[in-house]
Design a protein around this ligand. Structure first.
Ligand code: PEP
Length: 241
């Protein structure tokens, strides 16, 4: 039975004060949220403790946006899985396209981060997806299969979420057609050994398109950037029909 996971990715937005304000608006909207879905907020490091403290006893789980593969060491600017679990973090995004594009993340480092996250008991959300150029060149499937082949080496598929995020749809307002997202996600699933891994779609998910996306049979959730920053819009997404 596949789980539904709706996760917000705040990227580098919100101070601690702003994140507390968000929770004041957002938490009351969860009263009638169906119990069939996990709700996660992946937030900047400085906001993690604010969320952890304020979400205690709520159904929202705290997520980070990256994790290093070593348990500790001379890795300035990085954070370990143990540092995250100590403050109640449960999920972590790994291999987001912004990390791959701007910070030199490779499939090998993604793989190391995934394994370290799992060893510490975190659930990683592995992000995969093709660029516009790769899609136009007919390379979508090859690119994603390669990301999965290297990224998932020795990764436990019993504690994993995958997000299909076509890069050209992230932060552009240009959503991938839901049937096409469904098709690619079906192909991703065909490469997995565990058919129950939840696979999300990410890329300009909004209140206006979430119902259509979530109606697709292969799509098990959403990874939401911009529309997770406002309590009303993220609430509408979490409470999709
Ligand atoms: C993301 O940050 O993973 C994302 C999908 O962003 P947006 O929803 O803004 O396209």
């Amino acid at each position: 039975m596949r789980k539904i996971v709706i996760a917000g990715n705040w990227k580098m937005y919100k101070t601690q004060e702003e994140s507390a304000e968000f929770l004041n608006g957002f938490l009351p909207t969860l009263e009638d949220t169906p119990s069939d879905r996990d709700v996660v907020l992946c937030v900047p490091y400085t906001d993690l403790t604010v969320l952890s403290q304020n979400l205690h006893g709520s159904r929202v789980m705290v997520g980070a946006q990256n994790v290093h593969w070593a348990s500790e060491g001379a890795f300035t600017g990085e954070i370990s899985a143990k540092m995250l679990t100590e403050i109640g973090v449960r999920y972590v995004t790994v291999g987001h396209s912004e990390r791959r594009q701007y910070f030199g993340e490779t499939d090998d480092t993604v793989n190391q981060r995934l394994r370290a996250a799992q060893e510490a008991g975190l659930t990683p959300i592995l992000c995969v997806g093709e660029s516009k150029q790769e899609r136009d060149d007919g390379d979508t499937e090859n690119v994603i299969f390669e990301q999965l082949k290297i990224g998932l080496e020795e990764v436990d598929q019993n504690n994993l979420v995958i997000a299909y995020e076509p890069i050209w749809a992230i932060g552009t307002g240009d959503t991938c057609a839901s049937e096409e997202a469904n098709r690619v996600i079906g192909l991703i699933r065909s490469k997995l050994t565990n058919q129950d891994v939840p696979i999300q779609y990410g890329g300009s998910v909004k209140p206006e398109n979430v119902d259509e996306i979530m109606a697709q049979p292969e799509i098990d959730g959403a990874l939401v950037g911009g529309a997770s920053l406002k309590p009303e819009s993220f609430a509408r997404i979490v409470n999709f029909n």
